[in-house]
Write a protein that binds this ligand. Structure first.
Ligand code: C2E
Ligand code: MG
Ligand code: MG
Length: 711
């Protein structure tokens, strides 16, 4: 075949004639400098130009995707070098005419070389098609790069025509649905959807065919897919629309979201449930209760149709385990956790079905139940307290919890959940304020009491700096009526409120933590007073100070006392501390250690209010204490009440058996004194011998030994 460029050019020219051999083919000839030498009408039309606009122009100067594709093909041929006598490269190029019609120009470029293989020019021969199928095929399949890309995609990609027939599908999508691609191509998309969705899809397609409006385009949504084996799974589907001329192709990208949904469900479960006990969290509880409440309001509070088990009123129970940390400390967290789980299952057992339970804090729970009336709520609270304070077998240990229950029942003053919640909380505070381990139902006085406590807390903060605190001393006498020791008792005279009793402000100080600086004030004031008494020669054998449980268990009491007594070592053997049996028993290990340290310093310890708690001498015998103070509650009805007589006699006997000295508190009458002396009680304290008094008065008493003598 002649390789003369002139020959080829004329060949091309003849081919380029519309009536020539070219038929519908688009032809172009470029010289070796890539200047367009010939272009027929079809080629020029594909570029939206006339042949005259192309001929004589360098390829690079003609801005069009086709010229770019040609340039790339030529570069590919050149890169093959001379080894290929007839280098040629395919060209496939989508075009959009100025009328918006899409087509594909496909064909090849062949190098025109001389005998030596030198490139003289390039002949491009193309066929142009606007066939939608071809275009779709081109878009999805023919372009091997795109096909590879689609198959490499992790997401399922599916191409369908406007009527929802699958044109092509990538590998990931086949895997996702369990089909071979040959089983899907040509089938309706609905094969991949479970029935309700497949019906919806058919409706979408119908609507689309009529209106050309596709609601889902561009909007991703979560839906369901159905595998070949019939299993249904959650998918995220996003659909894109590709318009090619009149034709429309939909491209769907599908992602299996089973894992994501499972993670989301787990996250939302965790956000709403306590991981340990499985009950609701506080926020979820409030939401659910609020919804129930709203439904209840709509039904009317008395509505029997309101549906809850148990009747027509809401009762809210606020539960708080007293000193739960003791359980953790004594047995370890695994036992604490097991006890909490057991608690929840007991709450579920006791309270009516449909009760909503939540864990508010580590050892705090709330439960909202439907009850017939306030009486039923009281009964339930009683059973709840009994069940929850009964021994729990938790992780191979028997544990007994002390539980405070505050409860409120819906009445005409309660219109929202917050009202009920606030009331139950006030009731809980009231229980805790009174020593815990009991049940309390809300009463209007509680709100006033809580307000007063808040006000007292506020004022108490400034009591020390305003010099409103003072200590009074009550004599403790022996059987002969001689003052042997004294108890320091705190007094608070508020400038506006007047005297506030320690019975009222000590619990407030304990709850607010103000007890720490207050105790420090008591210690230093009492030691200063003892120093003065020592100088005057009127120091009793012992001066007892009251130490609250919180302060006693804090750990630095010994250190502080050592510091304060540093300059007065002689006072050590004159100092005594009173701690309640509850405080000592709360953390027996710390109590034993602290009392031991105090004894080493020469400081004596006494168990205060013995018998008022529920612990026993078996605990007391483990404590290095010297004195047992029998609570006023026992002394008050001796000698009339034989039971009290027996109890006091037994307490004195057992204390003596353990080598302890007994002190009876609250002795007001001669009869009481005589009885106590008769049962061998060593020391007595009470109004009969002297009320708590100013330090000067006690000094006078010691000086003159003015206590009434025992007959
Ligand atoms: P307590 O330690 O049991 O103190 C004895 C209480 O009984 C005192 O009440 C005392 O005034 C009162 N009392 C003594 N003899 C009689 C009597 O014959 N009849 C009657 N009816 N009462 C008698 P007070 O001073 O009101 O103290 C109440 C409680 O406040 C004390 O009980 C103690 O637990 C606490 N407290 C007082 N001062 C302090 C303190 O400095 N620190 C701490 N942590 N608590 C203190
Ligand atoms: Mg005391
Ligand atoms: Mg006492």
């Amino acid at each position: 075949m002649p390789r003369d460029p002139a020959f080829l050019a004329s060949l091309a020219a003849s081919l380029l004639d519309d009536g020539g051999m070219a038929g519908g083919m688009a032809l172009v000839y470029l010289d070796c400098d890539r200047v367009c030498r010939h272009a027929n009408r079809h080629f020029a039309a594909a570029l939206d130009r006339s042949p005259a606009e192309l001929i004589g122009r360098p390829l690079a100067a003609i801005d069009h995707p086709v010229t770019a594709a040609l340039g790339a093909a030529i570069a590919a041929i050149i890169s093959l070098g001379q080894s290929q006598a007839h280098g040629s490269a395919p060209v496939d190029c989508p075009t959009v005419g100025c009328d918006g019609r899409r087509s594909i120009l496909s064909g090849s470029v062949t190098a025109h070389r001389d005998g030596a293989g030198t490139i003289l020019g390039f002949l491009g021969t193309f066929h142009q098609t606007g066939d939608p199928d071809r275009i779709a095929e081109f878009v999805t399949c023919r372009d091997s790069f795109v096909a590879t890309l689609l198959d490499a995609a992790v997401d399922g990609i599916i191409v369908s025509d406007r009527s929802g027939i699958i044109r092509s599908i990538n590998r990931a999508c086949c895997r996702l649905f369990g089909y071979e691609d040959s089983e899907l191509v040509g089938r309706s998309m609905t094969i991949l959807m479970p029935p309700p969705f497949s019906r919806d899809h058919t409706r979408y397609v119908d609507t689309y065919m009529r209106t050309e409006r596709a609601k889902i385009i561009g909007i991703g949504r979560d839906t369901l897919g159905q595998r070949k084996d019939g299993t249904v799974f959650p998918i995220h589907l996003s659909v894109g629309e590709a318009r090619m001329g009149d034709d429309v192709t939909f491209v769907g990208i599908i992602r299996d979201i089973s894992d994501r949904l499972a993670a989301e469900q787990r996250a939302s479960y965790l956000a709403r449930h306590d991981p340990l006990t499985g009950v609701l969290t506080r926020t979820a509880f409030l939401e659910e209760c609020e919804a129930l409440f709203a439904g209840h309001r709509a039904d009317g509070p008395e509505g029997s149709g309101s549906g809850g088990a148990g009747g027509g009123l809401f009762a809210l129970f606020a539960l708080d385990v007293d000193q739960f940390s003791d359980v953790n400390e004594a047995f370890g967290f695994h036992v604490g956790d097991a006890a909490l789980k057991a608690m929840v299952s007991r709450v579920t057992e006791v309270l009516p079905p449909n009760t909503i339970i939540c864990r508010i804090a580590a050892d705090e729970f709330a439960a909202l139940s439907r009850v017939a009336d306030a009486d039923q709520a009281r009964t339930l609270a009683g059973v709840l307290h009994d069940r929850l304070t009964a021994s729990i077998y938790a992780d191979r240990h028997w544990v007994r919890l002390r539980l405070s229950v505050g409860a409120a029942v819906q009445d005409e003053t309660v219109s929202t959940l917050e009202d009920l919640n606030a009331k139950a909380k006030l009731a809980l505070q009231a229980v805790q304020h009174n020593g815990g381990n009991a049940i309390c139902f809300y009463t209007p006085e509680m709100a006033a009491a809580a307000t007063r406590r808040m006000m007292l807390t506020m004022h108490l903060t400034h009591a020390i700096e305003r010099n409103e605190l003072r200590l009074v001393y009550q004599p403790i006498v022996d059987r002969a009526g001689r003052v042997r020791s004294a108890e320091a008792l705190l007094r608070w005279d508020h400038h506006a409120l007047g005297p506030v009793s320690p019975g009222e402000f000590i619990p407030v100080a304990e709850e607010s933590g103000l007890i720490v600086p207050i105790t420090d004030w008591v210690l230093s004031t009492a030691i200063a007073q003892m120093t003065a008494w020592e100088a005057e020669g009127v120091l009793p054998d012992r001066v007892f100070l009251n130490i609250s449980g919180q302060q006693f268990l804090r750990g630095n009491l010994t250190l502080r006392l050592e510091e304060l007594l540093g300059e007065h070592p002689s006072l050590r053997s004159h100092l005594g501390l009173e701690i309640t049996e509850q405080a000592a028993v709360r953390d027996l290990k710390v109590a034993v250690r602290t009392l031991g340290e105090l004894a080493d310093l020469g400081i004596q310890a006494a168990i205060d209010d013995f018998g008022s708690g529920y612990s026993s001498l078996s605990y007391v015998q483990q404590l290095p204490v010297a004195k047992l103070k029998i609570d006023r509650a026992f002394v008050i009805d001796v000698p009339e009440n034989p039971k009290s007589n027996a109890l006091v006699r037994a307490a004195v006997g057992m204390a003596h058996g353990l080598g302890l000295t007994t002190v009876a508190e609250g002795v007001e009458t001669v009869e009481q004194r005589d009885f106590l002396v008769s049962v061998g009680c060593d020391l007595m304290q009470g109004y009969l011998f002297g009320r708590p008094m100013a330090p000067e008065a006690l000094a006078d008493m010691v000086r003159t030994q003015a206590a009434p003598a025992i007959a």
